[in-house]
Design a protein. Structure first.
Length: 223
């Protein structure tokens, strides 16, 4: 088997920026790896995800319960694995993913009371990794950022790109719940947490990148 590295965090945490930076650096270094981003909106397997995030099942994220919504995303991951990267991974390939099962832990677990989250976390990993036989990650990097700063970043990104917010991004209270749930999930699963703040300032993308690079290099390309 290969190695599976997941980049995770709440919306606005900078995980996609870090994902792209690492992919670019590995490409420049001519390393053998593959990148995947979830959800795969361009694929038929994401149809229920698009309906859900588009508000067709309700404008409030909690209109669809955590277990049902998790299944929408799990189907997309299963299709991706079976159709795209299973052979490469099983032959020893390195996979970097922007989001994975871990996103359900954060964004769907946030719908539950704190005391109900750990049973959900247990169910989630058993569902995808045992019952669906998807590969479990070897390393999950969680970008830990305050939800208020994340909200400001999201607003700035939407203003700059003109992109419309989905039902998750529109709900600031939900974003706060995701931040709380993300820390709880990171502790439960023992993800590697990378703080995006240092004392009273935001760490630069380059500072964070160097930490990410060292972590992934040690796992995926030792020696």
């Amino acid at each position: 088997m290969g190695k599976l590295v997941v980049f995770e965090g709440i919306d606005g945490s900078g995980k996609s920026t870090q994902f792209d930076m690492l992919a670019s650096r590995f490409t420049e270094e001519k390393r053998n790896f593959r990148c995947i981003s979830f959800p795969r909106y361009e694929e038929p397997s994401s149809v229920l995800i698009k309906m859900y995030l588009g508000g067709e099942f309700g404008e409030d994220p909690e209109a669809v319960n955590a277990y049902a919504a998790s299944s929408f995303f799990a189907v997309d991951r299963y299709a991706s694995y079976m159709q795209d990267w299973r052979g490469y991974f099983e032959s020893g390939g390195i996979i970097l993913t922007d989001r994975y099962t871990t996103s359900n832990a954060i964004h769907q677990g946030a719908k539950l009371p704190e005391a109900s989250r750990e049973p959900f976390f247990k169910w989630l990993y058993e569902y995808e990794f045992a019952l669906m036989s998807l590969p479990a990650p070897d390393l999950v990097i969680y970008f830990d950022l305050d939800s208020d700063i994340a909200a400001k970043r999201l607003k700035q990104r939407q203003d700059e790109t003109g992109a419309s917010a989905d039902i998750h991004e529109k709900d600031m209270q939900y974003l706060r719940q995701c931040a709380s749930c993300g820390i709880q999930a990171a502790d439960y699963y023992k993800w590697k947490k990378i703080p995006c703040l240092s004392a009273d300032r935001e760490r630069t993308v380059d500072e964070i990148h160097e930490e990410v690079y060292a972590l992934v290099l040690a796992l995926a390309f030792p020696g």
